[in-house]
Design a protein around this ligand. Structure first.
Ligand SMILES: *Cc1c(COP(=O)(O)O)cnc(C)c1O
Length: 334
């Protein structure tokens, strides 16, 4: 992927400088699977008759909520650490995140014995701070929002390697392994629906679908309250947008260049759903699929339930990307 000498520069400049960086390709996803094979088993994908009935079409739920960190991102974190040299691991990493990316990098650093610092905005949830510290990371609370946390993380670039959650090719290649599992299980899917924050998951889905299931449409979904990735895709350029969703995994205020480049080439559709539709889909997963999803993990199903006519008669995979729902959301599911 990128030359290792460029590591500090490339990641430290948080996406401003990857003109020099090759976009990930399908073979990188295959290589990531080899790197992950001894550390993560494949996750299940199930369908549920009552869910099919509610959706009006066969729906397959890919269960990334059962990963050891509760979200799909750990595939990327472990791939990144596996790709680093022993010297880079000794030096350690710093990243910025509100939650699941933090846990992914913390978990991967613990597996590979690398020092890990995570900068979170001061508003980060108690549960996610505790979970990240639980994996052995040092957590610093800095800044009112993600941009503030990013800035504080980049100030540590002299000390540690800075990992951008969206513009790091190894993360994109690693999360692509979920889509290898999906298309190897069901080559006959008509659509796979993927929730988007930075867009690495959807971009990876595009790479794998293009290679294994070119007939299958990849459909991205974001909250209408935080449409930066959607609007970036529509504009053909990365844009900044208001970031008002309460759905943590989807909460980003800007487009990320690396995933956007892939999405521009391959993505079939990009849909927006409301936070209320996402909450409703979270309840349906609880009652119809024995599944505790966080909001972001229910967004793909929300898009299907929001437009049943568009999906009628099609075989649709929805990725339940994560299960790290905060306490107040769990209480509200009943
Ligand atoms: C990060 C995250 C997403 C969005 O993934 P991107 O690769 O950033 O687009 C979706 N769901 C969950 C649970 C997440 O943690």
């Amino acid at each position: 992927m990128c030359s290792r000498e460029d590591w500090h520069w490339t990641y430290g400049t948080a996406g401003r400088d990857h003109g020099r960086m090759r976009l990930p390709v399908f073979d990188d996803v295959l290589a990531a699977r080899d790197l992950l094979s001894s550390r993560l088993p494949a996750t299940p994908m199930w369908s549920y008759p009552v869910l099919d009935e509610a959706a009006g079409t066969p729906v397959f739920v890919k269960h990334e909520n059962v990963q050891p960190t509760g979200a799909f991102k750990v595939r990327g974190g472990l791939t990144l650490l596996a790709s680093m040299t022993p010297e880079q691991r000794r030096r350690g990493l710093v990243t910025y995140s509100t939650g699941n990316h933090a846990q992914s990098i913390a978990y991967a650093c613990a597996e590979y014995d690398a020092p890990c610092t995570v900068v979170m905005p001061e508003s980060a949830s108690e549960e996610k701070i505790r979970a990240t510290r639980g994996f052995g990371a040092r957590v610093l609370l800095r800044g009112a929002d993600m941009a503030g946390a990013q800035q504080a993380a980049e100030e540590l670039a002299g000390e540690f390697l800075v990992v951008s959650p969206g513009d790091t090719p190894e993360l994109l290649a690693g999360v692509g392994t979920a889509y290898l599992e999906i298309f190897e299980a069901r080559a006959d899917l008509d659509a796979v629906v993927v929730p988007v924050g930075s867009g690495t998951g959807a971009a990876a889905a595009c790479l794998v679908a293009a290679a294994l299931a070119p007939r299958c449409r990849v459909i991205a979904v974001q909250s209408a309250a935080s449409p930066a990735a959607h609007d970036s895709w529509v504009a053909g350029d990365t844009v900044v947008r208001p970031n008002r969703t309460v759905v943590e995994g989807l909460a980003t205020g800007r487009g990320f260049d690396l995933p956007q480049q892939v999405l521009r080439k391959h993505l079939a559709e990009f849909r927006l759903v409301s936070d209320e539709q996402i909450r409703a889909a979270q309840r349906v997963l609880a009652t119809h699929a024995h599944t505790l999803a966080e909001g972001a993990g229910a967004a793909a199903l929300a898009a299907v339930l929001a437009a049943p006519d568009d999906f009628a008669g099609q075989r649709v995979a929805v990725v339940c990307t994560g299960g790290n729902a905060p306490k107040f959301e769990i209480a509200d599911l009943a």
